[in-house]
Design a protein around this ligand. Sequence first.
Ligand code: 5GP
Length: 190
Amino acid sequence: MPDKGLLIVFSGPSGTGKDTVLDVLLRETDTVKKSVSATTRAPREGERDGVDYHFISRDQFLSLIERGEMLEYAEYVGNFYGTPLGPVREWTEKGIDVILKIEVQGGAIVREKCPDSIGIFILPPSVEELERRLRGRGTDDEAAVQKRLATAVEEMKCADAYDYTVVNDNVERAVQEIRTILAEEKAKRG
Ligand code: 5GP
């Protein structure tokens, strides 16, 4: 039996660059995978079904919850987001580390259900920089930017509940910090 993979809860407000950090981290390893969440939100331009998210209807989402197939789920800015349980179970049993890129309410559920999980919270260098990044993305209208910014400021208050906080001032540096965290956690459990 291989050692079980780590379950990593990876949170941070949108606009912190956590997607880029994750992309770089995942590109360089085949022993870490990202769980593909289900969501009722509409795809943004360039997003692919089954890769970025499983884009499903509200009814489909509710039926996954009813069948007990969600490890966790939460409502965020008017849409449902959730982690399908099957792949997480399958991969961690094979010794693959699984990253859940989820918001804080879902993060708290996972931490409670899976006390062995590791919480990593990504912070922007500052709130001003976060606002600049949210606007610069150009995918959301002004009302959505304001809503996301307010949510982000609230979310940042939850950083203390995580085992580690990583400031994304530089992508390569942040990725290196996360690699070190994962190596140390593995050594602890080894
Ligand atoms: P976005 O709409 O920007 O892709 O995601 C909005 C928020 O939902 C982000 O904080 C993202 O990490 C979070 N999220 C994505 N998938 C899940 C999930 O499966 N569960 C929970 N609880 N949050 C998620």
